[in-house]
Design a protein around this ligand. Structure first.
Ligand code: ADP
Length: 725
């Protein structure tokens, strides 16, 4: 064997780069092929990342050979380029990012099959009563042996013997059926002229050959979904093999949007999210790489599916913070979707009623096309928003509703209309304190307070999920019945509302009271149908639901998100309150939103009340520009953690001491973050700020390579951090 070519093979495991192997002369190996090769003592499946000719240097190396080329479709080049980019940008190992692509190894194998039995053409000579029952049951069509046996009330042995005797026809079918192709017929709705123009603008972008990003900017109900449906339909119509990816936040809970896809395109889209079974994911993965899944609707990890012919990406609710992946490889799915589109040279539509500041800036500067959709006649309109100054109207002791808010609720309910009280805090009380000794109930392994959940009788850490039954006595001083709740959660607010509005139908809507898609759906339809008078909801109630008879939204604590040293605090408060206020009122039934606040003159609150989004954005942007923060500069967080505080502190110190001197980079820290301990590990944080022209990822990668950290110290690198805890 004389090999003249080498293959660099990347393995889906924690390796920093591909390894070289010789290609035997009798093997036909191409870039993207899945191959088997020996790594250490094991034979492992990897992907051929690159092929090159053998050089003199290689002649001196002892290289292993590729053992086998697997009969799978190759990994598309754009997918490989995406892995390279994500690994480099997020400072994670290339092999670990590849593992996110190959999340489902079974999907590479041919589909498993199953056997079905249907009515045969001949009647066997020996017809026992059991066989007769089977023939009768089989008239209904094809089914599995066990199902048919159950229907006929016989054992499966009867089925197989009857099939052998020719009494039943046997069919072998693929378990992972291809998805039904979508039918990209024109929509049945008559788009308004403005919607038509918006759809045409998006279609024009998708028809360009190349990367074309757009912000689709319009209030909830303006028709963004209908408009991007039109763009999707056009893409599918023009290219019979084109694939479209639609990212949605919290897709597992929003089944209604999937039903809309099915109605619009006459076939269910492929769905990709963590609640799907392994079998369902295997089917989606295979159909995507085969190019047969045309529309994929998924959560952020769907970005890593091996699309063969991606032509359009839609990121719905692009501002949603759940697009940021905070575990494992840390990435922002909206930003990486833009990269994916750039690599695939396609259009991408970012849709939102409250676009993120980064996206707004891209639209303002002309990097993204800005397609606007004003409110549609007849659709929900943004109600007038006003404040209730809690300094003037303080609620009674241990109560949370001010007199003006209670009045407004009475007026609304008298008109037989609905109220929504928004409080983004699950559980009964965020803090539990001992009245006797002052002990605060904290998680044993994290720097968090335990939140009392009275419905379940437990104290829960919202960060890690740790929970204990609420003790009868203070664990510190042993005094009985001394543990006392401080502050409100939705469950406590529920108590107050029950007291004040005893004859009304009241529901709490949070991820505790509606934990799965079915109960979310149930809660929403009961509100839609008017079966609830007062809904008390967390974030989950703020999402774009349409409640036609809801005319009053009361925000119990509008200041909540404004605390803390988070650069996005103002923006996020504005987004959340805008979304929740938008639940109240329609053109023919005006509503109102009331914000209880201690800071009525805070910029975000004033912007909400005046409806002057542009002024608010401009003010926030200029603040960010002055500080050199995103989108005008770059940020990265480095989080060190170790078993003891001293170790974490020492590691961070050693790391900072080795910092490169790079112009245009500021290094802040190390400091003990608000969450100084999580799951028993002590933490230290560094925050880096850099001018836009600095390649912060490359700088960090080189820096890390120079410093040897002790084995038990972990370093988490968070490029573009959204959490500062
Ligand atoms: P958004 O995505 O901006 O929230 P949607 O596309 O979901 O808006 O539209 C809100 C509702 O209004 C949907 O039920 C949609 O079918 C309906 N709708 C939108 N545009 C029209 C139109 N031109 N005619 C009739 N119904 C429409």
């Amino acid at each position: 064997m004389s090999a003249t070519q080498l293959a660099s093979v990347l393995f889906p495991m924690p390796v920093p780069e591909p390894f070289d192997y010789l290609i035997p002369a009798d093997l036909d190996v191409k870039q993207g092929d899945f191959v088997l090769a020996v790594l250490g003592t094991r034979t492992v499946r990897g992907v051929v990342w690159k092929i090159r000719n053998k050089t003199q240097v290689d002649a001196g190396r002892t290289l292993k050979v590729i053992k086998e080329v697997l009969p799978h479709p190759p990994l598309p080049q754009s997918c490989m380029d995406f892995v390279d980019f994500v690994a480099r940008y997020t400072c994670h190992l290339q092999g670990v990012v590849l593992r996110m692509v190959l999340s489902n190894p079974d999907a590479l194998m041919p589909s498993p099959t199953h056997t079905l039995y249907g009515p045969g053409t001949k009647v066997p000579s020996r017809l026992t009563p059991a066989r007769k029952k089977v023939l009768e049951a089989a008239k209904g069509g094809f089914s599995s042996a066990s199902e048919l046996a159950r229907k006929a009330g016989v054992s499966t042995g009867v089925i197989t013997s009857l099939a052998k005797a020719g009494g039943l026809v046997v069919q072998t079918r693929q378990t992972d059926r291809p998805f039904d192709p979508p039918d990209p017929v024109p929509g049945k709705l008559d788009l308004t002229d403005i919607q038509r123009d918006a759809a045409n603008a998006l279609i024009a972008l998708t028809r360009q050959d190349g990367f074309a990003p757009a912000l689709l900017d319009g209030v909830t109900g303006s028709g963004k979904t209908e408009v991007y449906f039109d763009a999707i339909a056009d893409v599918l119509r023009r290219d019979a093999s084109a694939q479209v990816l639609v990212l949605l936040p919290e897709i597992a809970l929003t089944q209604d949007i999937l039903a809309r896809f099915t109605r619009r395109f006459g076939a269910q889209p492929a769905q990709w999210h963590s609640d799907r079974t392994a079998g369902q994911r295997r089917r989606v993965w295979r159909e995507v790489i085969m190019g047969r899944a045309r529309i994929v609707v998924g959560a952020r990890s769907a970005l890593f599916l091996p699309f063969a012919n991606l032509h359009l990406i839609v990121v719905d609710e692009e501002h949603d913070t759940s697009y940021k992946q905070e575990e494992g490889v840390l990435y922002h799915a909206r930003d990486m979707a833009v990269v994916r589109a750039k690599i695939a040279k396609t259009a991408i539509i970012l849709a939102s009623a409250t676009p993120g500041l980064e996206t707004m800036q891209n639209a303002r500067s002309g990097r993204y096309a800005h397609v606007r959709l004003p409110a549609r006649p007849g659709a929900a309109v943004l109600p007038p928003i006003s404040t209730i100054d809690l300094r003037e109207h303080p609620p009674e002791a241990k109560k949370w509703l001010s007199a003006p808010l209670i009045d407004a609720m009475h007026q609304t309910l008298t008109r037989q209309e609905q109220c929504l009280l928004f409080l983004n805090r699950r559980g009964y009380a965020p803090l539990t304190i001992c009245r006797h000794c002052g002990e605060r109930m904290k998680a044993p392994d994290s720097d968090t307070y335990l939140v009392e959940h009275r419905y379940s009788g437990r104290l829960i850490c919202h960060l890690t999920g740790y929970s204990i039954p609420k003790p009868d006595a203070c664990p510190a001083c042993g005094t009985k019945d001394s543990l006392h709740p401080v502050g409100p959660g939705v469950e406590r607010l529920h108590e107050e509302v029950l007291e004040r509005f005893a004859d009304k139908r009241i529901e709490v809507f949070s991820s505790d009271t509606a934990a799965d898609a079915a109960s979310v759906h149930d809660m929403i339809s009961r509100m839609e149908n008017g079966d609830i008078d007062i809904m008390i909801g967390t974030q989950i109630a703020a999402k774009g639901h349409n409640f036609p008879n809801l005319t009053m939204v009361g925000v119990v604590d509008a200041d909540m998100g404004l605390h803390g040293a988070d650069l996005r605090a103002g923006e996020r408060t504005w987004q959340t309150l805008m979304q929740v206020a938008g639940r109240a009122g329609r053109a023919h039934k005006p509503g109102r939103a009331l914000l209880q606040t201690h800071q009525p003159d805070h910029e975000a609150i004033m912007a909400l009340c005046s409806g002057n989004r542009e002024a608010f954005m401009a003010a926030e942007l200029s603040l960010r520009e002055d500080m050199g923060f995103p989108p005008f500069g770059r940020l990265a967080a480095l989080i060190f953690s170790a078993g003891t505080e001293a170790e974490a502190s020492k590691a961070a110190g050693t790391f900072v001491a080795a910092a490169p001197v790079v112009q245009g980079v500021d290094i802040w820290g190390p400091s003990a973050p608000p969450l100084a301990r999580v799951r028993g590990r002590w933490r230290r944080r560094l925050l880096l700020r850099a001018d836009r022209r600095v390649d912060l990822s490359a700088m960090i990668t080189a820096w890390r390579a120079r410093v040897k950290l002790p084995r038990h110290v972990r370093l988490k690198i968070d490029i573009d951090p959204y959490s500062f805890l």
